[in-house]
Design a protein around this ligand. Structure first.
Ligand code: GDP
Length: 301
């Protein structure tokens, strides 16, 4: 089920509350059944869904007790709706403030992720995003594994009018990353985005390389680029990267497609890491800032 359908189903479930003459445990159970089924169909982790059900039940227990009372009915409805809304927000909110780049200093952001997840595209999108907000931004292409990676960066950075650094001859990504970051720091760039190699699988070589690049450029923030369309696999992928790269933020890409999104949502809880942006298309401006509460509000329509 794609994200828009999830929103519609959740919304429909919440609307059914308004039609119930009395909000009692039976109505709550039926509502929670619908909400949980919708979340499971969207690939949200089973454990997280079970937790949500339990937490909502605990939260509304007091409000549901006390029998039918016309005056209290509205309050009961409100308490139940709010409990569900809050727990949906909790699903995408690990309660951790992500790093925020500051002007007048160099902020190094390192992007990691598997090949095809949209890493290179997202690096340019990020540079454009910060550039628009007055940060002098640039990209270092430290991907020497994929043929054509530097060309891709060069083309998209040129199109976006963003400075870039890379090499056709140097084969060591750690050297390129260190050189690029040193150069841009000297030139007083505010946001320096380091694009690293992605591989098809979570090969140990990839992780070793990421750790070495991290040690060389000392990023202020490491961002994992996660493809929303990979479904439940997102959680395991994020866990594996967290162990090696210890990223501090997630960007979920391809949210515009037929992605279910629940896998990426589960990755937040599994790694206790906040989502900072959503990729919503192939164009350079297709990047949306992510905040838990507005995201859930929008999802519910
Ligand atoms: P990388 O291998 O991780 O660097 O991935 P790329 O940046 O080369 O992207 C792989 C493909 O995904 C390209 O065709 C991109 O245009 C596409 N892509 C990246 N982000 C998004 C997104 O948010 N939405 C859509 N629809 N496509 C995207």
């Amino acid at each position: 089920m794609v994200l828009a359908d999830l929103g519609r189903k959740l919304n429909a479930a919440l609307q059914s509350l308004n039609r119930a003459p009395v909000v009692d445990e039976k109505v709550l159970d039926a509502l929670l059944k619908e909400v949980c089924a919708a979340l499971l169909e969207s690939d949200v982790n089973v454990k997280l869904v079970a937790q949500l059900r339990q937490k909502v039940k605990t939260k509304v227990k007091a409000a549901l007790e006390g029998g039918a009372d016309k005056g209290k009915e509205q309050n009961r409805r409100f308490v139940v709706q709010k409990a569900i809304f809050d727990e949906l927000v909790q699903l995408v909110d690990p309660g951790i403030e992500p790093y925020k780049p500051k002007k007048g200093q160099s902020n190094v952001i390192m992007a990691v992720g598997l090949q095809g997840n949209g890493k290179t595209t997202t690096c340019t999108k990020l540079a454009v995003y910060y550039q628009k907000r007055g940060f002098k931004s640039c990209i270092v292409c430290a991907d020497t594994f994929r043929a054509g990676a530097f060309d891709q960066t060069r083309q998209s950075a040129t199109k976006a009018k963003v400075a870039y650094f890379g090499s056709y001859t140097e084969t060591d990504p750690v050297t390129i990353a260190a050189q690029g970051v040193a150069k841009f720091k000297k030139e007083r760039f505010d946001v320096i985005i380091v694009d690293t190699s992605g591989r098809h699988k979570q090969e140990s070589e990839l992780f070793k390389e990421m750790v070495q690049i991290g040690e060389a450029v000392k990023p202020n923030m490491t961002v994992m680029i996660l493809d929303a369309s990979i479904g439940q696999a997102a959680e395991a992928q994020a866990r594996a990267f967290k162990e090696s790269a210890d990223f501090g933020a997630i960007i979920v890409t391809k949210m515009d497609g037929h992605a279910k999104g629940g896998g990426a949502i589960s990755a937040v809880a599994a790694t206790k890491t906040p989502i900072i942006f959503l990729g919503v298309g192939e164009h350079l401006n297709d990047l949306e800032k992510f905040s838990p509460q507005p995201f859930i509000s929008k999802l519910l329509g």
